[in-house]
Design a protein. Structure first.
Length: 580
């Protein structure tokens, strides 16, 4: 636990030393009244107690209590501010880390699990550490401070009391091993419950359409039940050991009382004074208080450690290779014997192809053949396992991801818009663009065709994911974004596949504006839309099966010709009415 905690403190450069010092001073003030109480008791045990001295001691006790309250307020503010600053930095660091990871990392991790690290694990660490920071400092410093005091009075009794600490600590080590196992299960259940809940909310429309709400809700209920069971197991597994550790402290305190009474009633005369015995009764019982407080929350601290470990794993995940500060002058794209796999199954196998500069190249082929993977590799969302991809003769691996992203504009089939205005969604393509530049891009992309129907025009908020707009409208905004970026390479992935005829005309006009004098790669299933492409590459089973122009591929009578003939014959299909 301490190792992971120190890692986070070092990584975020958290300034926890001043709050820790404040907590130590606060601990001293907490212990000081006990000392004053001893002085008062010892004064009362004198043959002739001095009332003036007693009143001075009582006044000093009151002053210490006031100082303790004042310092507690100051320290609490400082501690909370330091920890909140630390976790704020941590969230920014995690966000920056996610930006630097390749998409291959996201392929291997559940997005809900990653979101849980940033949202829930950091919040979990923040809440627990903020609440228990004082008890952690007190457990270490308070126990040390009081131990020194007891050793000065009688080292034998003090040693007997200190022996309780390693015995209790051994029980805590055992509980740590058990807690870690159940904490991991609890976190997994928590993440599964979150994923099931989001899945249920996002898919509720389809579940209602197929009358599956009851059956799908049962899976969500199962996830909640599993979370409840793992929560109970987490508490039940650690609770008995923590209680046993607390009992150990009580037992050793009783042993100390027995030993002290034995020495007090020694046949040869008392070996300790009454005042020392009273001191051990009062201060000795206070010795265990900080440790009891820390151990009472030990299970939750172990749970915090699981969150810290998950945060650490994400921070230490290897980032995508930064490459070098190289930028190509030309924009021809070449795949040289490229092999790539997302996991173990190879998606591309020894692919070699060329996408000429300032020309339109189309990728066609069956679903799952690797078309979208080729586009994603060009954008360097992943790095290839074998072979090389170059732009203008420079390997993608030798360019920084930032440089590669600046060279490429992508228009996806499924457009994602942020919950902001249309203007700001377009502006993503060029953050420093003026409103006039944005409006010109919007006009070229046919966005202005529907702005008049919106209440606030280009300043209309689109909702989460662009839910307030139609698919065609979102697609045009995506193209406007790409136009504003004005990158030399354009990747179009089924940009018109799911559009109605009217919207498709607008999108085609927008795309014609977008691709002027660019290196363009189009992924298409509608062969009619790419028949005039400069080069058509047919991808099949992770490799290139044929390439050429539309007439050349028809002459080869291969897969492309088969697709073309099938689509031409299907143009005359219509839904008829069955004869009665």
């Amino acid at each position: 636990m301490l190792k992971n905690l120190l890692y986070l403190i070092k990584t975020t450069q958290a300034e926890l030393a001043p709050p820790a010092l404040g907590e130590m001073l606060h601990g001293m003030l907490l212990a000081a009244p006990t000392g004053m109480l001893l002085l008062i008791i010892w004064e009362l045990f004198r043959e002739h107690p001095d009332p003036n001295r007693l009143w001075l001691q009582v006044i000093a006790l009151a002053v210490m209590l006031v100082l303790q309250l004042w310092l507690a307020g100051k320290v609490m503010v400082k501690t909370n501010a330091a920890i909140l600053t630390m976790t704020a930095k941590l969230r920014l660091m995690l966000g920056d880390k996610l930006h630097k990871l390749s998409l291959g990392y996201y392929k291997l991790r559940d997005p809900g699990d990653l979101a849980s690290v940033v949202l829930q694990d950091v919040s979990n660490f923040e809440a627990i550490f903020k609440e228990h920071f004082q008890s952690l400092i007190g457990a270490v410093f308070g126990t040390l401070f009081l131990s020194v005091f007891l050793f000065i009075m009688d080292w034998k009794l003090a040693l007997l009391m200190i022996t309780a600490i390693p015995c209790a600590f051994l029980l805590m080590l055992i509980s740590t091993k058990i807690s870690q196992k159940f904490s991991l299960r609890h976190v997994a259940s928590r993440n599964e419950t979150g994923s099931k809940f989001i899945e249920y909310i996002l898919g509720v429309q389809h579940l209602k359409a197929f009358n599956l709400t009851g059956s799908r809700f049962s899976s969500l209920k199962t996830a909640f039940d599993d979370l409840r069971q793992n929560s109970v197991k987490l508490e039940a597994a650690v609770g008995p050991l923590v209680i046993t550790a607390l009992v150990v402290f009580e037992l050793f305190f009783l042993l100390m009382v027995y030993a002290a009474l034995s020495r007090l009633n020694h046949s040869g005369g008392p070996l300790i004074s009454i005042s020392v015995f009273i001191a051990f009764l009062i201060v000795g019982y206070r010795l265990y208080a900080p440790l009891q407080l820390a151990m009472g929350s030990y299970a939750i601290l172990n749970y915090m450690n699981v969150s810290v470990e998950r945060i650490r794993q994400l921070l230490e995940a290897p980032p995508q290779d930064k490459g070098k500060d190289l930028r190509p002058e030309k924009h021809e794209i070449v795949f040289d014997d490229v092999t790539f796999a997302y996991t173990e199954r190879k998606v591309l196998k020894n692919v070699s192809l060329s996408i000429p500069e300032k020309a339109l190249t189309a990728l066609v082929g069956p679903s799952g053949s690797g078309k979208t993977t080729i586009a994603n590799l060009i954008a360097r969302f992943w790095d290839v396992q074998k072979g090389d991809i170059t732009i203008g003769g420079i390997s993608l691996k030798d360019m920084s991801p930032k440089t590669v992203y600046s060279l490429i504009s992508q228009v996806f089939q499924d457009v994602y818009l942020f919950d902001d205005t249309i203007l700001n969604n377009i502006k993503i393509g060029k953050p420093e663009a003026s409103e006039a530049e944005i409006m010109r891009a919007a006009e070229k992309a046919q966005v202005t065709e529907f702005l008049g129907a919106l209440e606030n025009g280009i300043h209309t908020k689109v909702g989460e994911g662009g839910q307030k707009l139609s698919g065609g409208q979102k697609q045009r905004i995506s193209i406007a974004r790409a136009m504003l970026k004005d990158a030399p390479i354009i990747l179009l992935d089924e940009a018109t596949a799911a559009l109605d005829p009217e919207n498709e005309i607008h999108i085609q006009l927008a795309i014609q504006e977008l691709v002027k004098k660019k290196t363009v790669l189009v992924i298409a299933h509608k062969l009619q839309t790419i028949r005039n492409a400069d080069n058509i590459i047919v991808v099949q089973d992770g490799g290139v099966s044929e390439a050429g122009t539309h007439p050349e591929l028809l002459e080869k009578k291969g897969l492309y010709a088969q697709y073309w003939n099938t689509q031409q014959s299907s143009n005359g299909w219509k839904i008829g009415v069955a004869a009665s």
